[in-house]
Design a protein around this ligand. Sequence first.
Ligand code: MRU
Length: 324
Amino acid sequence: MWLIDQTRLPGELVPIQISSIIQLVEAIKTLRVRGAPALGVAGAYGIALAAELSRAHNPFDLISELEVAAEMIKSSRPTAVNLSWGVDRALQAAVRLETVEGIREAALREAEEIAEEDIRINKAIGKNGAKLLEDGDSVLTHCNAGRLACVAWGTALGVVRSAVEAGKEIHVYACETRPLNQGSRLTAWELAQDGIPVTLICESMSGSLMRKGRIDKAIVGADRITKDVVFNKIGTYNHAVLAKYHKVPFYVAVPLSTFDLRHEEADILIEERDPDEICTISGTRLAPHGIDVYNPAFDATPLQLVTGLITEKGVFRPPLMPRI
Ligand code: MRU
């Protein structure tokens, strides 16, 4: 399996080959591969890889090995539901077969199907969302919900791309997204590559820009949508509250695979990450040694703050939700 190492962007566009489950788990934990849909695809290919690497001679041993690999991959990052969704889909496709070869082929076929589906779904999200944007709009986005977070096109950035493709002039304000800077490293890079006008800001600047009337809409992606909230990159909630106050429509662009409507906010674990992500930057210390640090990767935005959920099946305005 080949991935773009997202930790090396924007400096270098480097592909890495993943040849073991341990290597895949490391790549997920360190965010070499990241973004909910991309994690789903990587998780499914992880099952196909585990099947290919296995030396099992019978289907029972092979399935047991795949179940162990599935647990290792799923527990590497707990919040984005697409990771477990992709792993489980490939695993379920595999267990239906009765031969070692059949299991291997089924896991690979399902991973390939998920990857192809992701492109079709993002194009549909883009088409549905593009109708909400007007020529000349400035759109605020947070983190990276672009093609790097998916297989291609993107969810939130897919909406922007589809609007631009339809002939509209759209300008994006990309929030830096501390502490790991997915906004400045990835979103700004992707949009600049496509020639879509983008202005980089720190997340603390969004309120002031809304107050000045310089943001027409906000569009973000999501890692999981439960009955009551949208989990997305830490900082999303702040933008949603500010958008409500300033009457800026706040949209979440998301595939149906990110919905988890059997759960609510309290059921979900928000990943807490290494304090060093906040205390250092490129090896330079930014905070005193031993300082107490709180570093959650995601936050929860109540659905009441969301104007619309842009999906491949249309736009749902909470409390209306898609039927999953
Ligand atoms: O920690 P990350 O970079 O994986 O967080 C990613 C996000 O929060 C994205 O907004 C989300 O996965 C949607 S990507 C289409």
